[in-house]
Ligand binder design. Structure first.
Ligand code: HPA
Length: 269
């Protein structure tokens, strides 16, 4: 709690009386969301108790700004378990944003499509997830002031918010899929055998993030919504080999579509 308060005090000093209501986490290549947004941007490396992220495609800044007239805190880039950062540290910013006042969190990521019906460039809204990381960000001593020891996970991706999101997509004429995201630690991409196994488990898309954030967000009783941008077919679904470059390029191309959807959703919150 002391660490969270220290970070919050630092941020309050930077942003004065700006009170964020909505948090957004931008995944690989989704930086386009911030084009034309103006506000106060703070580098993660300057924020006390924040880890530092060096993965290409991630800006590593927290932007406080208005989006559709709503006060938002936008994480441009996130921390990953595969960087050697603990899941507790990966999810620390969400605790800070909760105490700063956010009521809603919109999470985005780049993911590989396991479902054979998915095309590159599709948007998948998460209806549920499988935590396949072999660890949980809530492990360790629990702070009862933040949330309960054994939080329920039956509505991680809030059903009402999902309904609202589908309506927004329809209004914008954007086709969105719904599905189950499986989170692995990475950083290696999956083998074809692993992808076949994940499909049998019920997963539609695979990635290396978001699930720890969604668990903590739900624990903190923040209304949560999450989207995957399908940047590639998962291993074995097509004959292509995978590269981070491909992920970033598709993110850039299809990121605009997801950006406009998120802005519309924010306007309706
Ligand atoms: N696997 C895991 N993570 C990913 C992928 C993938 O195919 N694409 C984007 N992030």
């Amino acid at each position: 709690m002391k660490k969270i308060e220290e970070t919050l005090n630092y941020l309050r000093n930077e942003i004065h009386d700006f009170k964020p209501e909505i948090g957004v986490i931008l995944g690989s290549g989704l930086g386009v969301f911030c084009n034309n947004l103006k506000g106060i941007s703070i580098k993660y490396k300057d924020i006390p108790n924040f880890a530092t992220s060096k993965v290409s495609g991630h800006k590593g800044e927290l932007l406080y700004c208005k989006v559709e007239d709503k006060n938002c805190a936008i994480m441009q880039g996130r921390f990953h378990y595969y960087e050697g950062i603990s899941l507790q540290d990966c999810t620390f910013p969400i605790k800070v944003l909760k105490l700063a006042g956010i009521k809603t969190l919109i999470i985005t990521n780049a993911a590989g499509g396991i479902n054979k019906e998915f095309n590159v460039g599709d948007i998948m809204m998460l209806k549920d997830h499988i935590n396949f990381m072999g660890a949980n960000p809530l492990m360790g001593k629990n702070n009862e002031n933040l949330g309960e020891r054994f939080p329920d996970m039956s509505n991680v991706y809030d059903a009402n918010l999902r309904k609202k999101a589908k309506k927004c997509a329809k209004e914008l004429n954007i086709d969105i899929k719904e599905g189950i995201y499986i989170a692995t630690t990475g950083p290696s991409y999956e083998t074809a055998a692993e992808i076949n196994a994940y499909r049998i488990l019920g997963a539609d898309a695979v990635g290396m993030s978001s699930v720890p954030e969604a668990i903590v967000s739900n624990y903190l009783k923040i209304n949560t919504l999450a989207f995957s941008l399908i940047t590639n077919h998962a291993t074995g679904v097509s004959k292509n080999t995978l590269s981070h470059q491909e992920v970033l390029e598709t993110g850039k191309k299809a990121g605009l579509k997801l950006s406009s959807l998120i802005k519309k959703i924010i306007s309706k919150l």
